[in-house]
Design a protein around this ligand. Structure first.
Ligand SMILES: Nc1nc2c(ncn2[C@@H]2O[C@H](COP(=O)(O)OP(=O)(O)OP(=O)(O)O)[C@@H](O)[C@H]2O)c(=O)[nH]1
Ligand SMILES: [Zn+2]
Length: 372
């Protein structure tokens, strides 16, 4: 790679960590060109390569070896790609191990993981300072955030609609202890300076939150221009035309990389046991101080949980959300085990693609519709 093209990759976050990750790989993977996934559509990707923007898809071998949706490249991933001669297109051979990833369950009954964003340094959890303000939603996003490995930051948007934003900051502090909280308004420009600490060159930031909280507006405001005009591309698929809400990573003038996660009504959690424990660490500590180790907090003597609920130290709504998400994760884990057992049964006798026409998984894996 020549120094100029290296600069382009560096602008997209290529650094010593990734150089070492690449060097640790075996040949031939090591000889492919690193590139960052900047956009994802139903069946293809846009990459930033050392040579500029390329469209890309995964190789047949990649597809064959992928066992789950989360194995596929996601926006923010560093991949190893091979440019096709004379074209601005590449094929993707592999994904470098992710440093962090925000994962959720896909909408509907399917038990499949979906990477919302990979290799995020910060995750902005957005909630609005109007009637949409919802601590339970913030708690839910905190579970996924702690599980992602990215550093969570809560942004309360639409501060212009709220007489006393500080009161809300305090409330967030009670459900996300130790997490930075900032109030902003894209309308008045208030609160932008506080975000400069995150918007550093090469830093990757994911913006997440329920539909309508102001994520796209925030992104455009941070960018200082209208980025979202690139959205709403129409694509064809077997079920007719639909508007693809694709994900995209934008390089801002300040040098930070920011991605929006469009249109979720409710975040469906995925396999986030560690994140759940961290999000409710205060409650877990309480549980640990109940007299009986297997306390169900159901009227047992010496129950610290009931005591904390009684004294007002623990908000019953937070406790209810703790139990609700606990059940949800347990239910998901059961479904996952069943699905895994089924998949194991049906993959018997599967042949590699070269040996005749192996059954191809329907390529719905990358379908990116978000509406839940
Ligand atoms: N008053 C006020 N309104 C805002 C602010 N930010 C966003 N809005 C409004 O809130 C509405 C939703 O904003 P979007 O940016 O589209 O919300 P979103 O989170 O991207 O929504 P999805 O794309 O559905 O996920 C729009 O009507 C915005 O104009 C703000 O700071 N103040
Ligand atoms: Zn108890």
């Amino acid at each position: 790679m020549n120094p100029i093209t290296n600069e382009l990759l560096a602008a997209y976050g290529w650094n010593e960590h990734w150089r070492q990750a690449l060097a640790a790989l075996e040949q031939p993977l090591r000889d492919y060109a690193p590139a960052r996934v900047v956009a994802q559509f139903s069946h293809s990707y846009n990459l930033m390569t050392a040579d500029g923007s390329h469209s890309a898809s995964v190789t047949g071998k990649f597809e064959f070896l992928a066992t789950k949706r989360g194995d596929y490249p996601a926006v923010g991933d560093w991949v190893l790609a091979e440019p096709l001669p004379g074209e601005r297109r590449s094929v993707i051979h592999a994904v470098l191990p992710r440093r962090s990833a925000m994962v959720r369950k896909v909408a509907g009954a399917a038990v499949e993981d979906q990477i919302v964003g990979a290799n995020l340094d910060y995750l902005f959890i957005v909630n609005a300072l109007n009637q949409d303000f919802n601590l339970r939603k913030i708690e839910r996003y905190m579970i996924a955030a702690w599980d992602s490995g990215a550093a969570p930051v809560v942004l309360l948007t639409k501060a212009d609609l709220c007489a006393d934003p500080e009161a809300f900051v305090e409330q967030v502090g009670s459900v996300a202890p130790g997490v930075p909280v900032h109030c902003v308004s894209a309308l008045t420009g208030a609160g932008k300076e506080a975000l400069d600490a995150y918007l550093k060159p090469g830093a990757t930031i994911g913006i997440t939150g329920s539909s309508g909280v102001g994520k796209s507006t925030l992104l455009n405001w941070l960018a200082g221009r209208n980025l979202q005009s690139t959205q709403g591309i129409r694509e064809d698929d077997a079920r007719g035309r639909h508007t693809t809400t694709h994900r995209e990573l934008f390089l801002l003038d300040c040098g930070a990389l920011v991605m929006d996660t469009p249109g979720m009504r409710e975040l469906q959690l995925w396999d986030a046991q560690d994140g759940w424990q961290q999000a409710f660490a205060d409650i877990e500590r309480l549980a640990a101080s109940c007299r009986f180790r297997d306390c169900k907090h159901d009227g047992e003597a010496g129950c610290a949980m009931l005591r904390a609920l009684g004294s007002g130290e623990l908000d019953p709504k937070r406790y209810a959300n703790y139990r609700k998400t606990e059940k949800e994760l347990a239910h998901l884990a059961r479904k996952e085990r069943t699905a895994a057992a089924k998949a194991k049964g049906s993959s018997k006798g599967k042949r590699p693609p070269s040996a005749g026409r192996a059954e191809r998984r329907p390529n719905r894996l990358l379908d990116d519709r978000d509406d839940e």
